[in-house]
Unconditional design. Structure first.
Length: 448
């Protein structure tokens, strides 16, 4: 805690750091690298993913159905729920992102074997790096662990393609283990619970490994593992413009090492406006569940949503969390897929009523926002609307929601780092215009 004297130093924090909104308009500075209509400022080119949610015609933004493609493949095709040969897909998706093409069976088998071979952590790493001084947020341990793994890599400063791919495979393999071990280390430190340290089982998929290590009895169904695998696939990549991937590109452009780059991306993803947003979604949904007596009553659900929109309920921001996206307008394909799989697991169980409530929130929120605010824009549910619900059905604790996101996104971050190394060539260095008026005359100490 800061002392009284320290607090006094920062009492004018807001005033000192304020820049008038009018000045951004005056100099046509696009805050957040966002245009006035909400579209992103084009900052680079990529072959890795296409995130589409609108078209621009005659300088007008027109809503369109959401589309997400990995290396040109539609995510709906990659994760087709009806296909007879569906299997665990995350490893295949990771290979596609890193190598640019879908693998043959032989290539996929070799890739899975490479992941298996890297799951072990250095001797003493768990005791000294994960269980020691465990902080309350698992994302910080993931970032710290990635930085410390640098010390165990004799070629950490090498920038060759071989080393970059080997490092990426190592971290894709190890992050899920570090995540689960940290979860139990946190519970042991803060809740006085037992430290469970299951060994990984060679040959299991990433989703199976997570569930096997997480659950005390190590038991899970094929449908549960398949659902978690889908979530990993949906979070694996989302274009170069999202904050953590852009962080990856910025750090890579500075020619820093891969460990520093990925640790920085994890720090970005932790942010409440990025990967950490799922906590707000879940908290809002829990409040609605507590305050709406009849979940199947549209009028009652809409009335409480109106309270949220009018800043009378939840966190008083007026935001309906889980609704809206920077790119998607009519639909978020990740949410569509997540919702479809969630329904298959929820129907006929104690979760069905809650699932129907979430569908009502998704359906009613745009109408309520238009009615209460008088204006509206095309708005769809984003992936966070259903992701927390899915994780809850799988018995995954909230502490792991964002870390799971990080484990999945490692493959996308790595793909963008590779592309930046080969094609970027220049350090990313946008300009900031100084709005300080004129030169200030220096005042000696005795005259201040």
């Amino acid at each position: 805690m800061a002392s009284e004297k320290q607090i006094a130093l920062y009492e004018n924090f807001k005033a000192i750091n304020s820049i008038e909104a009018a000045e951004y308009e005056q100099f046509d500075v696009k805050r957040g690298l966002r245009n006035a209509d909400g579209t992103g400022v084009v900052a680079g080119l990529t072959n890795i993913a296409n995130v589409h949610g609108y078209v621009v015609s005659d300088n007008e933004k027109i809503a369109d159905e959401g589309l997400l493609r990995y290396r040109g493949y539609d995510v709906y095709d990659l994760l087709d729920i009806e296909a007879a040969d569906r299997r665990f897909n995350y490893e295949e998706v990771a290979y596609l992102l890193l190598m640019g093409e879908l693998p043959t069976q032989e290539q996929l088998d070799r890739f899975v074997a490479a992941l298996d071979a890297e799951r072990e952590l250095p001797n003493g790493f768990t005791a000294s790096m994960i269980m020691r001084d465990t902080p309350p947020d698992i994302m910080n341990v993931l970032a710290r662990s990635v930085l410390l793994l640098y010390a165990y890599d004799a070629h950490a400063e090498e920038r060759s393609a071989h080393h970059e791919i080997a490092t990426a495979i190592s971290l894709i393999s190890r992050l899920p283990r570090i995540m689960v071990l940290t979860y139990y280390a946190k519970r042991a430190r803060y809740n006085n619970e037992s430290m469970i340290m299951h060994r990984f089982i060679p040959g299991q998929s990433t989703a199976e490994t997570i569930l096997s290590m997480l659950r005390p009895d190590r038991q899970f169904t094929a449908d549960e593992a398949r659902m978690l695998d889908i979530m990993l696939c949906l979070h694996a990549e989302h274009g170069g413009g999202n904050n953590s991937t852009f962080t990856t590109r910025v750090l890579t452009s500075a020619n820093t090492d891969p460990y520093s780059t990925y640790a920085g991306a994890i720090g970005s993803l932790k942010g409440r406006k990025h990967g950490g947003a799922n906590h707000q979604v879940l908290a809002m949904q829990e409040e609605i569940k507590r305050n709406v007596k009849q979940w199947d009553n549209d009028d009652e659900v809409a009335a409480y949503l109106a309270k949220i929109v009018n800043k009378e309920a939840f966190d008083k921001t007026g935001l309906v969390y889980g609704m809206g996206h920077a790119v998607y307008t009519k639909s978020d394909p990740r949410s569509v897929i997540c919702k479809k799989y969630a329904e298959k697991l929820a129907v006929g169980t104690e979760y069905e009523a809650e699932f129907n409530l979430l569908k009502s929130i998704e359906r009613l929120a745009p109408e309520v926002i238009v009615r209460e605010k008088g204006t509206g824009k095309d708005m769809c549910a984003n992936v966070d609307m259903y992701s927390g619900f899915v994780y809850s059905m799988l018995g995954i604790p909230e502490d792991l929601f964002t870390p799971l996101f990080a484990c999945a996104r490692m493959s996308g971050w790595a793909a963008h780092r590779f592309e930046e190394i080969v094609s970027g060539k220049r350090i990313i260095r946008p300009a900031y215009k100084s709005v300080r008026k004129g030169k200030r005359a220096y005042v000696s100490m005795s005259e201040r």
